[in-house]
Design a protein around this ligand. Structure first.
Ligand SMILES: NC(=O)c1ccc[n+]([C@@H]2O[C@H](COP(=O)([O-])OP(=O)(O)OC[C@H]3O[C@@H](n4cnc5c(N)ncnc54)[C@H](O)[C@@H]3O)[C@@H](O)[C@H]2O)c1
Length: 347
């Protein structure tokens, strides 16, 4: 690892952006230069109160932001002049318009799953393809569901166990901060197409995965829930499968026998463990539900959609900057700095 810190910034201080901001500030090899946004409400006011250098992504919004008490350090262009890497966490479609601007400023860019693979030509999950992101000018951290899919299926593949996988995803309706104005209630809404986009999206990271996903939106606001049926390459024991998941990064076991009987139990546990914002960065896999019959494996897990991509964003910053060449080393650095204690979750 080189000694100069990576100068990084976040454009779009929303659900993902504020979490990535906090994570950058915890890394020993990174410096957060600032955050940029366009709104002047409590979300960005909080950034100012927390002492973060706030920039405006649209100069015409500066007056409104100042009027709301946010002291603006400068424009997005001013910010770009001071950094090595930007993490674009703006809403789907907006970030794409910024890529040429980032390139012109000589700043590398990490995008989110709302953008298309074609924007950067590289889709990122640290354990899968850190090496091919090294030194690139841009990559895209895939969505929360796709991240969990790649993490778990690669764990099985790395153990020589994966033949093909079929998954059903029960998605959260909307994020809590916006549940006053969107989201469904008292119903389940199936996605109108099979496969849902997450399976093909996983193939943008690992092209030869044999995976199909079906998805539906449910009427809750926190975390997704996946159900998988996997054909293994051979008959295997439960212990072998658990070992494969345990050997992979960022997969943690939860148990019905510990009283973690539903999505809300895990959410409560994360708060009790003192995780920031009650976040969970790992895939939460129900160890005592997992079942193997011959060469078929069945399991269910929970995905904390607001948080799971945060460590991947940190690794993506390092990969683009090229300061840490080894993906495992970056994963270790990130997880240590976040305080991803696995003692409760791996015992
Ligand atoms: N919310 C999730 O669970 C989740 C999970 C994984 C990936 N993602 C992806 O992350 C990205 C961001 O999603 P989010 O949920 O954090 O959105 P969000 O709406 O919570 O946050 C977006 C932020 O960008 C700001 N913004 C809007 N226009 C801007 C502009 N022109 N310039 C700068 N900032 C601008 C908004 O004010 C807001 O603060 C999307 O690509 C999304 O698909 C979201």
């Amino acid at each position: 690892m080189t000694t100069k810190k990576i100068c990084a910034a976040v454009n779009g201080y929303g659900v993902i952006g504020k979490r990535v901001t906090d994570a950058i500030r915890l890394q020993p090899d990174m410096e957060l230069v600032g955050v940029s946004d366009v709104v002047s409400d409590y979300r960005v006011q909080a950034a100012a109160v927390l002492g973060l250098p706030v920039y405006t992504s649209l100069p015409e919004r500066a007056d409104a932001m100042r009027a709301a008490g946010i002291s603006i350090v400068g424009t997005l262009d001013d910010l770009l002049g001071q950094i090595d890497v930007i993490v674009d966490c703006t809403p789907k479609g907006i970030g794409a318009k910024n890529l040429e601007r980032y390139r012109a400023a000589g700043v590398k860019a990490v995008y989110q799953g709302g953008e298309k693979h074609e924007l950067t030509g590289h889709s990122f999950v640290a354990q899968a393809n850190y090496a091919t992101a090294l030194g690139r000018d841009a990559t895209r951290v895939v969505s929360c569901n796709t991240t969990s899919t790649v993490r778990t299926l690669l764990a099985l593949r790395d153990a020589g166990l994966l033949k093909k996988a079929r998954g059903v995803l029960m998605r959260r309706a909307t994020d809590p901060w916006e549940s006053d104005h969107s989201g469904i209630m008292n119903t389940i809404v199936p996605e109108p197409h099979i496969p849902s986009h997450q399976g093909p999206d996983a193939q943008t990271v690992v092209p030869d995965l044999d995976v199909v996903t079906i998805a539906a939106k449910a009427a809750h606001t926190q975390t997704h829930n996946h159900y998988w049926i996997v054909e293994l390459t051979r008959a295997a024991s439960r212990a072998e499968v658990l070992e494969a998941f345990q050997a992979a990064p960022r997969i943690a076991f939860i148990r019905m026998s510990d009283g973690i009987v539903a999505l809300n139990s895990t959410i409560e546990l994360m708060k009790d463990l003192g995780r920031p914002r009650g976040d969970m960065w790992e895939v939460a896999l129900w160890e005592d539900v997992l079942t193997v019959q011959g060469n078929e494996l069945y399991y269910t897990y929970q995905v904390y959609n607001e948080a799971i991509v945060v460590p991947e964003n940190i690794d993506a910053i390092r990969a683009l900057a090229g300061t840490v060449k080894d993906g495992q080393e970056s994963i270790h650095l990130t997880d240590e700095a976040l305080g991803m204690r696995r003692d409760f979750l791996t015992r």
